[in-house]
Design a protein around this ligand. Sequence first.
Ligand SMILES: Cc1cc2nc3c(=O)[nH]c(=O)nc-3n(C[C@H](O)[C@H](O)[C@H](O)COP(=O)(O)OP(=O)(O)OC[C@H]3O[C@@H](n4cnc5c(N)ncnc54)[C@H](O)[C@@H]3O)c2cc1C
Length: 363
Amino acid sequence: MTKRILIAGAGPVGLTAALEFNRRGHAVRIIDKGTGPSDESRALAINPRTLDILAPSGATERLLAAGRKLRAANLSFSPGHRVRFDLTALPHRFNFMLGLPQSRTERILIDLLAERGLAVEWKTPLETIERIDAPVAATIAGEGLSDGWDLLVGADGAHSTVRRNLGIGFPGHQLEREWGLADVRVGMPYPFDELLVMSREGRLLAMIPVEDDIVRFISDQRDVLGLIPDEFVQKDILWQSAFAINERRAEPLSKGDVFLIGDAAHIHSPAGGRGMNLGIEDAGWLAWLFDQGETGRYQALRLPVIDGVLDLTSRITAFASPRSPLVRIARNTLVPLLARFPPARNFMLKRVAGLESPDPPWL
Ligand SMILES: Cc1cc2nc3c(=O)[nH]c(=O)nc-3n(C[C@H](O)[C@H](O)[C@H](O)COP(=O)(O)OP(=O)(O)OC[C@H]3O[C@@H](n4cnc5c(N)ncnc54)[C@H](O)[C@@H]3O)c2cc1C
């Protein structure tokens, strides 16, 4: 039976929710307070689990056509020593990470929705929630009361209005260190199509290919440009930003018939590239559970996965960007040793791919 679903937030997670509820035959309204889709490249790596989840809606096919396959991640914490994690060793049909700027991912999802007659309503902020049990009622700026919803999905990001309206906290902490990132058009002496994480002048530098001549550089210091190796000739800075890492998650993840997904529910370090992917997984599960009449299981199913990702990304961040020289020495010697040990390799590969969580039963 067709139900009425209101989604607040048209980032990648809200857009995925819209596609998933729509393809199950529900009447979806998706609103966003912004003026249009973001141009920022933000999340660059789409993992195999996300490609699985987006396949039934037809999004994966388009993402694959637009993105580039990143088949390995290399770690180099001491000169001359490089450890290669070969993603093609994953026993999965998508045995790679797909590199695509978040802005392009969002546009592909928006186009798909438009083809189904569903347009994002921009400049339409959700303001308050007046009733949390179905029929859910909320107020929308410039419109007033919007009533009669079977479900309200809060996909409105880290500063979620939905979460605040529900009186749900966002406990956690912010890491002291400020990180820097830059998308730079560079001249390269060789084809660069794998992820590389290295130690540079005692700091961490991650390099992710975005396009043939564009690389994302991320560092655990604000001045990322100063760390870029000389062989990458800097031509044009396309986007530069500094950010603080927050590790937070909401609990409970819902009240009545109002649910939190994506950054509204959890934020964490970008280490491992899980942020957007984890939220897309929330969206897939919520839509499936809703159809099963089992939304009451949402929190029990998602919290352990979310906590696992928060814990892992926090440990990777602490280990990769150590404050103490002892941890730095441990990192430089342990990483190459552990990487040679197949269970440790597989452990990491599975987690980067997002495949440690339960397999979605609807796929
Ligand atoms: C600098 C930077 C780099 C990042 N790099 C990575 C990365 O490499 N890998 C990775 O996986 N993740 C990365 N992330 C995180 C990733 O971008 C987020 O996890 C992802 O955007 C979460 O998607 P979302 O849809 O939950 O939230 P958002 O993308 O934040 O979207 C929320 C939407 O809700 C809208 N909204 C807010 N309030 C309201 C309201 N009251 N009513 C209606 N709409 C509202 C907003 O306008 C916005 O469009 C990065 C983030 C930043 C900032």
